[in-house]
Design a protein around this ligand. Structure first.
Ligand SMILES: Nc1ncnc2c1ncn2[C@@H]1O[C@H](COP(=O)(O)OP(=O)(O)O)[C@@H](O)[C@H]1O
Ligand SMILES: [Mg+2]
Length: 581
């Protein structure tokens, strides 16, 4: 490609709405152009990166035995009504009507359509397993589209769906994908981690996210440096507290804590550690009657150590809270505690309620909590002595760095990541809802076992930039760079030798199959270099009059501090070896 034919359109300044570095640099490098909130044009420079990402994904999916198809972006609502998702999904699902007032959706994912295909095409166990995938436009009407391609409303996803005869075979298909994903992410040349994720109601460990490590990532990922334990924060567990609860050493005392409503404030005032305080969170569950009316409401008190945060996913697995919960209202709290939030606690309650103590709180002695009286807390609180043992003890908190790893191999560390892929075992959720069956060896219909596997094709370049950039711009890994090599002749209009050497190296590299761009725009050297450093082409060759007179060109990798002189005659071989060709 010659730069004069291509579209190179860089900007000095990033638009004001670009918050993260990848968004700023993609805008400045002319890779994307905003059309609306969360909706972008993929400009020629950006599309080249996207196509390279797609090519790697396609190659590895094919290698793993998946078959490509393409499903419509606009899908009839009937299929989505079969699974109930047309009604159940929130406003993320874009619902539209055609000229006949018929309902449609713009696909946010395609379980319904692919299951419809499978139930028509797959009749016998002999046709299984099958894995269908597509690389296709998705639309999710995200509440907060932001960070450019990172969280768009329209984006491209690779979505794959496996169909199997039974659970054993489905788990094998899942493992094939989990391995293919490792090959894919290795090829991108990014530092990533596969972390186990919550698998919803199904349980088990068959859900993994592929996270690109980046300080700006939205997700907290937990890992053990001494082992291969890794999980996202929703799922991560610490080793259960060891040993018996210590015996009480303090007497129960009421302490004045005027205006101190948080654990850190109380700990500071009373000069105790934050770890000896307990915070109270009040939830409510509503029974729904046959007539869809709200029946009995139950109030729940959650107790967490002052330095710990509640984990909603874990909480959602506590018996009684597993059908949904909400925060209690101010009136409900007043009625049960006789006091407003800030001074709540489990001692001497007015009305009975369900108490769930985090595992860590259950083994504490001599702790501090609210006295259920404005401006007062209790110190020296002890289970069994000052209040009954907790009704329920469960792991309901997020782990923190320094917690013991559940495998006993050291302490946990936390880093930030960007979710770029997700593999998930679905079971028969969709096949049952849509009656997708096949006939087994005995001629008996059986529901298909399914798995689904996504990769955020357009999120990946953004994640790559978050991980690979400097103050001058992007630094692409070779595998997904818009161009692998850029040739920069200096003032070729003044030197026929420079012009000819540039043209010749360009022709040689093209013939060797290198994705090379010749910058023939006639830009001044400073502007030319600034453009390619911003755009992030990893390998640059400068062809200047002076070096050329000595028979040399200058090579510089985007990460190199200075250029290396290379004899013109060896330039091709030198580049090929740098590119691993
Ligand atoms: N709004 C979005 N913009 C860009 N990529 C997205 C978006 N939502 C999801 N993706 C990508 O698609 C992949 C599969 O999506 P999925 O796991 O269904 O999404 P989520 O984790 O948001 O529920 C994600 O791992 C992510 O890389
Ligand atoms: Mg996901």
């Amino acid at each position: 490609m010659k730069a004069s034919q291509f579209l190179v359109s860089t900007l000095k300044e990033a638009p004001a709405d670009a918050e993260v570095v990848s968004h700023k640099l993609m805008m400045r490098a002319g890779m994307i152009k905003k059309l609306g909130a969360g909706i972008y044009n993929y400009m020629p420079m950006g599309l080249r990166v996207i196509r390279k990402v797609e090519a790697i994904v396609r190659e590895e999916m094919n290698r793993a035995g998946a078959v490509e198809l393409s499903m419509p972006v606009v899908q009839p609502a009937e299929l989505w009504q079969e699974t109930g998702r047309f009604e159940k999904m929130g406003p993320e699902l874009l619902r539209i009507k055609d000229r006949h007032e018929r309902d449609f959706v713009v696909q946010p994912t395609s379980e319904e359509v692919v299951t419809d295909i499978a139930r028509q095409e797959i009749r016998s166990y002999k046709q299984l397993p099958k894995n269908f995938y597509q690389i296709q436009t998705k639309f999710r009407d995200e509440r907060r589209p932001r960070f450019g391609l990172m969280r768009g409303r329209e984006f491209i996803m690779k979505d794959a769906y496996s169909f199997d005869r039974d659970q054993v075979a489905a788990k094998a298909s899942y493992q094939v994908m989990a391995q293919a994903y490792r090959r894919i992410f290795d090829r991108f040349g990014l530092s990533y981690r596969a972390v186990s994720a919550d698998s919803g109601a199904i349980g088990g460990d068959l859900s993994e996210e592929f996270q690109v490590i980046a300080a700006t990532g939205e997700d907290a990922i937990v890992y053990c440096p001494g082992s291969d334990y890794a999980a996202n924060i929703e799922k991560a567990e610490a080793l259960a507290p060891q040993g018996p609860r210590p015996a009480p050493t303090q007497v129960l005392t009421k302490a004045a804590t005027p205006g101190k409503t948080t654990c850190p404030e109380v700990a500071e005032l009373l000069d105790v550690s934050l770890q000896s305080t307990v915070k109270s969170l009040v939830l409510a569950t509503d029974e729904i009657t046959d007539k869809e009316q709200i029946g009995k409401t139950t109030i729940w008190l959650l107790l967490l150590r002052g330095d710990h945060d509640m984990n909603e996913v874990k909480l959602g697995k506590v018996p009684g809270l597993d059908t949904g919960f909400r925060f209690a209202t101010a009136e409900e709290i007043e009625a049960h505690f006789g006091c407003q939030p800030g001074y709540l606690g489990p001692v001497g309650l007015k009305k009975p309620l369900n108490i769930v103590a985090d595992r860590e709180v259950a083994v504490m002695a001599d702790w501090v909590c609210g006295a259920n009286e404005m401006d007062f807390h209790l110190t020296g609180v002890n289970w069994g002595r000052d209040l009954p043992e907790p009704d329920l003890v469960a792991d309901i908190r997020n782990v923190v760095a320094g917690d013991l790893s559940p495998d006993g191999q050291g302490v946990l560390a936390i880093e930030r990541g960007i979710e770029v892929g997700h593999v998930f075992y679905l079971g028969t959720k969709y096949s049952k809802a849509m009656n997708a069956t096949f006939l087994d060896e005995n001629g008996k219909p059986q529901f298909m076992e399914m798995g689904c596997y996504g990769i955020g094709i357009t999120r990946l370049p953004a994640a790559a930039i978050e991980q690979n950039h400097d103050e001058r711009g992007i630094i692409w890994p070779d595998a997904i760079a818009p161009f692998t090599v850029v040739l920069c002749p200096i003032s070729p209009e003044r030197s026929p030798e420079v012009k000819a050497a540039g043209e010749q190296l360009y022709a040689e590299l093209l013939a060797a199959g290198v994705d090379v761009l010749l910058d023939d725009r006639g830009e001044r050297p400073g502007a030319m270099f600034a453009d390619w450093e911003l755009i992030g082409v990893p390998h640059r060759v400068t062809i200047g009059d002076r070096a050329l007179k000595e028979g040399q060109v200058e090579y510089q990798h985007r990460r190199d501090a200075a250029a290396t002189k290379v004899p013109v005659a060896e330039a091709l071989a030198f580049l090929k070896s740098r590119l691993g060709l």
